[in-house]
Design a protein around this ligand. Structure first.
Ligand SMILES: [Zn+2]
Ligand SMILES: [Zn+2]
Length: 135
């Protein structure tokens, strides 16, 4: 389905194509730190349909515990997340479900990763595959 999204201040807008019911919830320490909350909900958008419409995000290169580098794009004015992707020639963009205007129509999470880092008070999401660490 076609989706569009924006940062909080609206300077950065974008559109993409995503599959409904393919949300991935991540409980890893990086997602907790970068989102400021207990988990992050993502959906994957093939690069060929992802298009920035307005604005130019700032980019932070995150180095994970595995050594893998990811680009984290965000709004330099409001700090709102835009996407994460591979550093070189991304094949897909990982979009933040809460930033998409169609977030209520996107369906359910299909998978949860880094479940071993899930905070004890976070309820389990039934019917979404659980993976302890990085798939
Ligand atoms: Zn903004
Ligand atoms: Zn994560």
């Amino acid at each position: 389905m076609k989706v569009d999204g924006q940062c909080h201040c609206g300077a950065i807008t974008y559109e993409a194509e995503v599959e409904p019911d393919t949300i991935q919830v991540c409980y890893c320490a990086d997602c907790q730190r970068l989102s400021g909350t207990a988990f992050r909900a993502n959906v994957f958008a093939p690069a060929e349909h992802f298009r920035l419409l307005t604005g130019e995000p700032r980019k932070y290169i995150k180095t994970g515990s595995s050594g893998a580098k990811r680009v984290h794009a965000f709004c330099g004015d409001c700090g709102g997340p835009v996407y994460s992707s591979a550093v070189e020639q991304p094949k897909s963009y990982t979009l933040r479900v809460g930033a998409l205007n169609q977030r209520h129509e996107l369906g359910r999470p299909r998978r949860q990763i880094w479940v071993k880092r899930r905070l004890a008070w976070v309820p389990r999401i039934e019917a979404a595959e659980e993976i302890d660490g990085q798939p």
